[in-house]
Design a protein around this ligand. Structure first.
Ligand code: AMP
Ligand code: ZN
Length: 112
């Protein structure tokens, strides 16, 4: 499958890893929008939030177990934001579910 994040998980495309376990892979966004901007992705290809089901939701649960560990390791003691874009109206550009973990400065209240 021609999926850039599947290739990153496999190591076929280089990335700067932040965290990895059996279920998820986290790496630094190539175009960071905040001082810390990490993408956390399931190791199984799930296209977006719309693809989450009873069969694969363990990946999402494990991602959200990992996120506080990643945030702590990155020094985000004062808080952080987790965002996922789903579909065209949200401007999802990579069709492999991913959670943006963003922080390192005070973020704007307005979410869109
Ligand atoms: P989204 O717009 O929510 O689909 O987010 C996709 C994100 O993937 C963007 O923030 C991009 O900067 C990021 N991205 C795309 N290609 C790469 C890559 N090769 N390595 C790291 N981040 C990437
Ligand atoms: Zn994929």
């Amino acid at each position: 499958m021609d999926c850039i994040f599947c290739k990153i998980i496999k190591g076929d495309i280089p990335s700067k890893v932040a965290y990895e376990d059996e279920y998820c892979y986290a790496f630094h966004d190539i175009n960071p929008q905040t001082p810390t901007h990490i993408l956390v992705v399931p190791k199984e290809h799930i296209p977006s939030c719309d693809g989450i089901s009873a069969e694969n939701s363990i990946y999402v649960a494990k991602i959200f177990e990992a996120i506080p560990k990643i945030a702590a390791a990155e020094g985000l003691a004062n808080g952080y934001r987790v965002i996922t874009n789903c579909g065209d109206d949200a401007c999802q550009t990579v069709k492999h579910l991913h959670f943006h973990l963003m922080g390192g400065r005070k973020l704007p209240e307005n979410m869109g």
